[in-house]
Write a protein that binds this ligand. Structure first.
Ligand SMILES: NC(=O)c1ccc[n+]([C@@H]2O[C@H](COP(=O)([O-])OP(=O)(O)OC[C@H]3O[C@@H](n4cnc5c(N)ncnc54)[C@H](O)[C@@H]3O)[C@@H](O)[C@H]2O)c1
Length: 389
């Protein structure tokens, strides 16, 4: 299976390309294309020191033509990985489907419920997979909490808090070219992870959202909703507060700060789930800054999300749920190879039901929340009903 990745920015460098390279090394996938608009983007990605160190001798084919042409050049039912800014996902995913390609899409899939529905329908008709890469689902702690919740060990979710604040230096990245108030906001960009996770763990559906946002400026003057505070009400009346920002101090340890607390109960007693998703128990103090975006001398690295380990070589092996999530979706696309339309549809329906991989059919509540959230933030945090997904 050939894999064409559209977009060569931060997530491509940090997680997607190394995961794909490793799958290529394991013989699971064939050639990799990467498409971007600017030559420098692809040159920087190809020359990235950590990728060269981890995957000696491995290369992608740099594609500078419009992504539509790259997608059109593929044989049917290869895999297109969309790693574009949020507001471009819809066109790119539909383009891939209309050219009979399976899709691994970065989250959020799209920004509107009707767009998610359209993607779902297009994919179903053609027997194609769309896997939305909500990688936190593949953190073992999420899978364990989900299993325990299903077993009734927590009763029912009542009140919760979650946060995910990315570091300040993101403001200096390519984000200042697309993260405008009109396009997206901190909740839409990263809050969706925890909305998805609470739905994933509890099986509840979001029904109402209000998002208060603070406008702030990128270094180039672009104005974005860089700080957000959201309240999400769930189908059983539970309430989740989610805080997001691009503004966690660069000097703080770790690549961001994040976590989830859910207070739950039965009629008789309380229960509690708390995930510190930032501090995973590792504390390092180096003799010098090791370099790389956001590095600090005192560090709290997470081996749970994504790290490279030396497993004897050649190169380095990516470990963590960031890799496992990409591998899981790629393996699903591989499973469909060689199957006829009806067999593919049956397999896809089974995955929609089991709900481990996020698909347009089983995770469109995310689009419904985003759509309501975008209205709410523009109206000063008014509570907006979430459409039934
Ligand atoms: N935790 C996560 O799951 C996670 C983390 C980071 C980003 N993301 C998502 O990934 C997406 C990309 O984020 P990023 O951090 O890589 O952003 P980025 O700005 O660093 O990269 C975007 C890339 O898209 C490319 N691009 C833009 N328009 C294009 C076009 N028409 N054709 C080809 N390439 C084009 C740009 O050149 C750039 O390489 C966003 O939707 C974001 O929300 C997800």
């Amino acid at each position: 299976m050939r894999v064409a990745m559209i977009g060569g920015g931060m997530i491509a460098h940090d997680q997607l390309l190394p995961s794909l390279y490793h799958l290529q090394r394991l013989g699971r996938i064939g050639e990799i294309d990467v498409c971007a608009r600017r030559r420098e983007t692809l040159e920087a990605l190809a020359a990235a020191p950590v990728l060269q160190r981890a995957f000696p001798g491995q290369k992608f084919t740099a594609r500078l033509e419009p992504y539509e042409d790259v997608i059109a050049s593929l044989e049917p039912r290869q895999l297109v990985v969309t790693a574009l800014p949020d507001q471009l996902h819809y066109e790119a995913v539909l383009c891939a489907l209309r050219h009979d390609q399976h899709v691994l899409a970065v989250k959020p899939l799209v920004l509107r419920l009707d767009h998610a529905r359209q993607i779902e329908q297009e994919a179903r008709e053609r027997g194609l997979m769309v896997g939305v890469e909500y990688h936190k689902r593949f953190d073992d702690r999420s899978l364990l909490a989900r299993r325990r919740y299903k077993e009734g060990l927590f009763g029912e979710f009542r009140l919760g808090t979650a946060c995910l604040l990315e570091k300040w230096y993101y403001r200096h990245s390519n984000f200042q070219n697309w993260f405008s108030c009109e396009a997206t906001d901190a909740f839409t960009y990263i809050g969706c992870h925890y909305v998805d996770l609470v739905a994933f763990i509890t099986g509840l559906k979001p029904v109402e959202v209000s998002v208060y946002g603070i406008r702030d400026r990128f270094p180039n003057g672009l104005e974005g909703w860089l700080w957000t505070d959201a309240r999400v009400i769930w189908s059983n009346g539970a309430c989740l507060n989610v805080q997001n920002a691009i503004g966690f101090p660069d000097a703080a340890p770790g690549t961001n700060t994040q976590g989830l607390t859910l207070y739950c109960s039965t009629a008789e007693r309380g229960a509690w789930i708390r995930h510190d998703d930032q501090y995973r128990g590792i504390q390092y103090c180096y003799v010098r800054n090791p370099g790389g975006a956001g590095s600090t001398v005192y560090a709290e690295p997470s081996t749970d999300y994504f790290q490279y380990v030396d497993a004897g070589g050649p190169g380095l092996v990516p470990v963590g749920y960031g890799y496992r999530s990409v591998a899981y979706i790629v393996e699903r696309a591989l499973e469909l190879q060689g199957l006829g339309l009806e067999e593919r549809r049956a397999r896809l329906a089974e995955w929609d039901r089991s709900g481990v991989m996020a698909t347009p059919a089983n995770s469109a509540y995310n689009e419904a929340v985003i759509e309501a959230a975008r209205r709410s933030i523009a109206e000063g945090g008014r509570a907006v009903a979430v459409a039934e997904a």
